[in-house]
Design a protein. Structure first.
Length: 94
């Protein structure tokens, strides 16, 4: 069973927003469950990606291909570190 893209994107936003309400282990377990619902070749966008370490954790668990991992952060140093790790990152300050 696959969710449509709009619904799966909304679901991931909700999970990411609530990530700090859970212990990290519980959150990663939730991501493993969500992976079963994701369409193939889905994209991952991490808003507030910092240096990209957790972004790569999420991507690994969700089964993202390297070209489908995106990050946004407001600090240029964080963007530089993400780019070095292979994350398509850009700067954005809202």
């Amino acid at each position: 069973m696959h969710l449509n893209t709009k619904l799966s994107t909304k679901l991931l936003r909700i999970i990411r927003f609530n990530a700090y309400d859970y212990q990290k282990q519980d959150f990663l377990h939730t991501l493993r469950d969500i992976r079963l619902l994701m369409p193939q070749n889905h994209k991952l966008l991490d808003v507030g990606c910092y240096e990209g370490d957790e972004t790569l954790d999420y991507a690994r668990i969700l089964g993202n291909q390297p070209g489908n991992i995106f990050g946004v952060d407001c600090f240029e140093e964080n963007i530089r570190q993400c780019l070095e790790k292979g994350i398509n990152a850009s700067s954005c300050d809202i």
